[in-house]
Structure formats: structure tokens, C-alpha cells
Design a protein around this ligand. Structure first.
Ligand code: AMP
Ligand code: MG
Length: 344
């Protein structure tokens, strides 16, 4: 199949993309978080194509993207006031809510769960495509399953050229990591995945938030969890990734003494000078964690190269968007973390 590359501002882009969605095809769509691989979320045959294209495990549910917050009432029931408060504060934006699913949402979209994840993305052409398609668009990140997520149209073509109907090119994604996911189906709101809306922002609206253990620890692959998908090794280049924590100086000491040919260093831009002979790659500024989230997946993709044996990675500390970067990097590293302060 010939994969169409549609510029976001092209005259007919939204109509062409919406038509493909209505016909049960696959369109990669830009959002502020990452590129999604989209299909009609209410059409089981179209949704099945997403799982096949990505090689995604069937027990990993999809997020439904809506054009307008009011659309969630067609997809969800027993919507608590907290959902409306969050939508008012953060939609359109990088926040996904898990709510009880109506019967119109097929089991393949929810992976058989009684709940469904919904989000209104902050991207004008994508919302226009959803509105014209007249259906919610199911869209997981457009990478092959397990690989680092796609933050440019080139990344999408690298993984899916010739296998999907179209890619809408909206340039690099602003946030760069997937949406924050909050489950509102229990007594207390629960953070299932950190992202562009920070725990601090959620707390300010909700007044309460439980952090799910899938956010902070490796989950056994056979475990039954609230956040299916979080148990898989994710976001990772082929090679081993080792996070080295500690001060700039101690980390450099540790990495430089363990560095071997074939290894790479993934660091902050401020640290490049410390690793001149260690093939460093900077993914953003430590002083501005939003540049780290925007640059992380492009860097991890660059490091997904069979000639690389190990990556020593530097990970930001603290809250805000840095919390989401930590989560993705720790998952890419399968939670392998060396404390340079204790080692040297
Ligand atoms: P992505 O593959 O980046 O689109 O992320 C989709 C993720 O959303 C899944 O891996 C789940 O962790 C989460 N998710 C989707 N639907 C649900 C749901 N009904 N309940 C809990 N988590 C969900
Ligand atoms: Mg994903």
C-alpha cells in the first residue's frame, strides 16, 4: 500500500484523513504528546488493524480521542464531577481519563475492560479530523510495540511506511511523552501514567491522588494491573539501558570508568563536555525538563541501533514534567539504576 503523507495545513488533509477513518483505515495523527496510530474506535475491524500494525498485545487497551469534551457522554456513563472539573482545567490537553464504558465501545478497544480511556488532544487538525469522521479515534502511540514512541512524521514512516493508509505531518510534538492517565472509576483518583499534566496540577483540581505502583516500579508480566500496558518493557532501544544517578561529577566518573567501545551516553546538554570521548547524545537541558520530554523519544530512537551495546543514561530528578521523563526512562531501562554516589 502507498502511505499518503498529508501536511497538517494541506487544504484537504482533514477531509481525506476523516474519510479514511470512516472507511475503516489507519491514519497516523499528530497530537501535542506523540503521534498516534488512529482508527475508528467504535469499529472492531478497524481497531484490529491497529493491533496488527503495531504488534500490540491484545490485553493493552486503547485511548479514544474526542473532538470535544461533551463527546465523552456518548462513550462513558457515571461520569463523576471530577471528570468535568479535569476536562475544564486541562482539555484540550495531555490528560487521559479512565471512566466506565458504554456498550457502544467495543471490547477490542477496551481490551475487555468495563472502562474506557478518553482524551481530547490539543491539536487543531486532529480534532478537526475526529469531528469530520464523526467517531472517536482510537489511537495508541504510532510506534511498533515496545519501541520508543513516535514524535515526528518521519518516525511514523520509519515504523509503518507502506503498511498504513496515511500520516498527517504536524511537525515535532510539543510535549513529547504520552498523556497523563488518571483513573476516575474508584473512590480515589489514581494516577496510572505520568505525562504532560503533572501530579501537582491534578492534585490542585482533585484534592487527592493515589500514585499507582505501575508508575514507580517494574510490574510482573503476569500481574493483573489497573494500567494494562504499563507492565510491558516499553520505549526501549534494543540494547541495555542503564540509568546512572547522582551528581554530575560522580555520574561522569562512574560512566567514564565503565565505558567500553560500542557504548553510548545519553545525557543532559549541560553535561556534553564531560563525555567528549564517550559518544554522548544530549536529549535536552537539565535546567528545562520540558526540553527533555520533547527530546527523549527522538534520542532513544537514535540509540536503537544494533551497533550499540549499552547506553548509560542520565535521568532528571524532581516533579513536574521531569516526573514523566523519569517514568519513561526507567521503563526503557527496565528499572536498572546505578547510584554513582554509592559506587565511586
Ligand atoms: P498508548 O499506547 O500510549 O496509547 O497508551 C494506552 C495506555 O492507556 C494503555 O497502555 C493503558 O495503560 C492505558 N489505558 C487505556 N485504556 C485503559 C483502561 N480502560 N483502563 C486503564 N488503563 C487504560
Ligand atoms: Mg505506546
Amino acid at each position: 500500500m502507498n502511505t499518503l503523507l498529508l501536511p497538517a495545513h494541506g487544504q484537504n488533509t482533514a477531509e481525506v484523513a476523516a474519510q479514511i477513518i470512516r472507511n475503516g483505515g489507519l491514519v497516523a495523527i499528530p497530537t501535542e504528546t506523540v503521534y498516534g496510530l488512529g482508527a475508528d474506535g467504535l469499529n472492531p475491524e478497524a481497531v484490529a488493524k491497529i493491533f496488527i500494525a503495531k504488534g500490540r498485545p491484545q490485553d493493552n487497551p486503547l485511548i479514544l480521542h474526542v473532538a470535544d469534551p461533551s463527546q465523552i457522554e456518548q462513550l462513558c456513563h457515571h461520569i463523576p464531577d471530577s471528570a468535568y472539573a479535569l476536562a475544564k482545567a486541562f482539555w484540550p490537553g495531555p490528560l487521559t481519563m479512565v471512566l466506565p464504558a458504554r456498550a457502544c465501545v467495543p471490547a477490542c478497544t477496551t481490551a475487555g475492560l468495563p472502562t474506557v480511556a478518553v482524551r481530547c488532544p490539543d491539536n487543531a487538525v486532529t480534532r478537526q479530523i475526529i469531528a469530520l469522521a464523526g467517531v472517536p479515534i482510537a489511537a495508541p502511540s504510532a510506534n511498533l510495540s515496545g519501541k520508543p514512541s513516535t514524535t515526528t512524521a518521519e518516525h511514523v514512516l520509519h515504523d509503518h511506511d507502506g503498511k498504513i493508509d496515511a500520516v498527517v505531518d504536524g511537525g515535532p510534538c510539543r510535549v513529547g511523552v504520552e498523556s497523563t492517565i488518571v483513573d476516575l472509576t474508584e473512590e480515589r483518583p489514581r494516577l496510572l501514567r505520568p505525562g504532560g499534566i503533572t501530579p501537582e496540577q491534578l492534585l490542585a483540581v482533585l484534592g487527592d491522588l493515589v500514585i499507582d505502583k505501575a508508575v514507580t516500579a517494574q510490574i510482573d508480566k503476569d500481574a493483573v494491573v489497573k494500567a494494562p500496558g504499563m507492565k510491558y518493557r516499553h520505549y526501549a532501544p534494543e540494547c541495555q539501558v542503564i540509568i546512572v544517578s547522582g551528581s554530575r561529577e560522580q555520574a561522569a566518573k562512574y560512566i567514564r570508568s565503565h565505558f567500553a567501545p560500542g557504548d553510548r551516553v545519553l545525557c543532559f546538554a549541560e553535561e556534553l563536555a564531560l563525555y567528549t570521548d564517550c559518544a554522548p547524545l544530549a536529549y535536552g537541558l537539565e535546567a528545562d525538563a520540558s526540553t527533555l520530554s520533547a527530546g527523549l523519544f527522538a534520542a532513544l530512537r537514535q540509540l536503537d541501533d544494533p551497533s550499540i551495546s549499552r547506553v548509560f543514561a542520565r535521568c532528571p530528578v524532581g516533579g513536574g514534567i521531569a516526573y514523566a521523563v523519569q517514568n519513561r526512562l526507567k521503563k526503557a531501562a527496565a528499572f536498572q539504576i546505578v547510584d554513582a554516589e554509592a559506587e565511586v
